[in-house]
Write a protein that binds this ligand. Structure first.
Ligand code: ZN
Length: 317
């Protein structure tokens, strides 16, 4: 295993709503203007340093904050090479056994975003966030700045920060003080946990209703479907009225409908009716669920049976 410490400087849009930034392949949060890289061998010895100035493709105005932090101006970065060429040279430094090291997760996100914006292949293999590894191995909580980590490890800041190569160099010096083999394992475990958390969240979203409504006092069951509070669904995400099917009978008490939001896609609505003996009336509860494959299959099965609740509910939208 060898290592490539990567640090990027990027420009930010002054106006993210500017017309020339709309209709790109993805959102542009930052356009890379400088790349710094330091190669380390398996014994954490520095074997090479690399830096590129990148000529902009999208942003032709330097954000004042970026200019004051990095000292880079449009005039300077204009002399750089285009991103596809810088990327070609950078990716050539990474073999199948190279672990990319960064300080914090932002650089990799910005790199991937720039690859997408330029319609280039995502070549980024395994990478490791040293900021997280530092916290684990030094017993720190939260995010430590590179500067604080250097101070704690008695590393001299002998060159200006916020230059891509200098920051990559400093990060490499911090990396030399950490156990990188253990760090790779620690970061893998962290990334895996994050992935599982996301999956569990997606599952919860499918299992539990996204929104609910109740209504009561219906003399007849059919009145529940006529009550717009129950019968007409709105998108749980944006409240836009859903374009929806009729309510189909699922069983004695439950009815289902499919609704579509132009922005947020499909949802499954379910109305559960309960007979109140004292009042001699019906009350109902309507829930809206994410349209999971299971919920969609269940809906399609009852729709096939055509046991439509009468009268039909008019389509919204
Ligand atoms: Zn919506």
């Amino acid at each position: 295993m060898n290592y490539l410490v990567l640090d990027l400087e990027w420009n930010q849009p002054m106006d993210p709503g500017a017309p020339q930034l709309q209709g790109l392949r993805t959102t542009l949060n930052g356009e890379i203007i400088q790349i710094g890289a330091v190669a380390l061998n398996e014994n954490s010895q520095i074997t090479g340093t690399y830096t590129w100035l990148v000529r902009p493709t999208f942003l032709w105005q330097m954000h004042y904050h970026v200019r004051s932090l990095t000292g880079l101006t449009i005039q300077k970065v204009k002399k750089g090479i285009l991103f596809p060429e810088a990327n070609r040279q950078l990716s050539a430094l990474c073999g199948p056994d190279t672990l990319i090291l960064t300080w914090g997760p932002d650089d990799i996100h910005i790199l991937r975003q720039n690859l997408l914006l330029h319609d280039l292949e995502d070549w980024v293999g395994e990478w490791c966030d040293l900021q997280l590894v530092y916290a684990r191995q030094m017993g720190e909580k939260g995010q430590t700045s590179l500067q604080s980590a250097m101070e704690a490890l008695h590393i001299q800041a002998d060159r200006p920060a916020h230059d891509a190569l200098n920051d990559a160099w400093f990060t490499a010096l911090v990396a030399q003080k950490l156990d990188l083999k253990l760090g790779q394992k620690q970061y893998r475990e962290y990334a895996q946990r994050q992935k599982e958390k996301k999956q569990a969240q997606a599952k919860r979203r499918q299992k539990y209703p996204l929104s609910g409504e109740t209504g009561a006092g219906y003399a007849h069951r059919g009145d529940a479907f006529q009550d717009p509070r129950l019968g007409r669904m709105r998108c749980p995400d944006c409240k836009h009225p859903l374009k929806q099917t009729s309510w189909f009978k699922l069983d004695k008490r439950r009815f289902v409908a499919l609704g579509v939001c132009p922005k947020h896609g499909r949802f499954i609505g379910q109305i559960r009716l309960i007979r109140s003996q004292q009042e001699n009336k019906w009350r109902g509860k309507r829930s809206i669920y994410a349209a999971s494959p299971e919920k969609l299959a269940q809906f399609e099965a009852v729709r096939q049976k055509r046991t439509t609740r009468q009268p039909r509910v008019k389509k919204g939208g």
